[in-house]
Design a protein around this ligand. Structure first.
Ligand code: ADP
Ligand code: ADP
Length: 235
């Protein structure tokens, strides 16, 4: 079952300016439920732009994006907000945690839009914190935590609403290899055991080895798509 679809999507930055820049050029793709998809390619190829337009963070200049059957452009900004908080969990390279809030409050941020009561919020936080081994950090502030801990906090926040899709831009970019492995094993487990769809931008060949589909982007176009089964059949 398809969960994200792009039809002839183009993105032009600075449209109408002296130097418009075409970051995406007529991309058509489908991501099915339960896939673990990696977007790879050289710096400046359009990877982040593609991730953003596929996940409501940015909008295409041309073409259509569908998430869970809904065409994003036809939704009101309120509906886009709901779609984001109910179905997508975002994880960024720089973690994007709020230093004015405790770890616990950071993790609860996505629930502020959901209709979830106090007790359920606490139960969900404790459950996700124990899975990620950050129970002892809940009353601390993000700046008191290490890089690996902050990434686990960001993952807890991304997962607190049980999203159908995990969206990550270079999630291991600021982590050492031990922490990178831990984060990937966690994503992989969610993907395999709970059927969560994973969509990720990475430069890291280690991550690519976890994926079921690899989209290789160059100059704003999909240069090739590699399916894991195809890779496995070769050797
Ligand atoms: P990648 O993630 O593959 O490194 P990006 O999607 O970040 O590539 O960027 C693709 C191209 O679009 C780059 O040349 C970048 O400079 C340009 N770009 C990205 N975001 C913007 C923006 N907001 N305004 C103008 N140009 C942008
Ligand atoms: P990445 O590490 O994903 O390649 P960059 O460091 O290239 O991202 O860009 C970081 C942010 O700056 C992004 O939000 C991107 O949209 C924006 N950006 C990138 N290139 C440009 C540009 N030429 N003009 C304006 N904004 C840009």
């Amino acid at each position: 079952k398809e969960i994200i679809k792009a039809e002839h999507v183009s993105k032009i930055y600075g449209l109408g300016s002296k130097h418009p820049y075409q970051a995406l050029n007529d991309i058509t793709l489908t991501i099915n439920e339960g896939e673990f998809v990696c977007i790879m390619g050289p710096s400046g190829a359009g990877k982040s732009t593609l991730l953003n337009v596929l996940t409501t963070i940015d909008f295409p200049t041309k073409g259509k994006v569908f998430i869970d059957g809904e065409e994003v452009r036809t939704l009101s900004s309120h509906q886009v907000g709901l779609l984001r908080y109910e179905r997508l969990g975002f994880i960024f390279q720089n973690f994007n945690l709020l230093d004015a809030l405790t770890v616990k409050e950071n993790i609860a941020v996505p629930l502020s839009l959901a209709s979830v009561n106090r007790q359920e919020i606490d139960e969900r936080i404790i459950s996700i914190a124990s899975k990620l081994n950050i129970e002892k950090l809940l009353e601390k502030y993000p700046y008191e935590c290490s890089g690996g801990q902050r990434q686990r906090i960001a993952i807890a926040r991304a997962l607190i609403n049980h999203p159908k899709i995990i969206v990550a831009d270079e999630p291991t970019g600021n982590l050492d290899s031990a922490n990178s492995h831990e984060v990937l094993d966690f994503f992989s487990k969610l993907n395999i055991e709970e059927g969560v769809t994973v969509l990720m931008v990475t430069h890291d060949p280690l991550i690519a080895s976890y994926s079921s589909k690899l989209l290789y982007i160059k100059d704003g176009m999909i240069e090739h798509t590699i399916h894991k089964e195809a890779l496995e059949q070769k050797d």
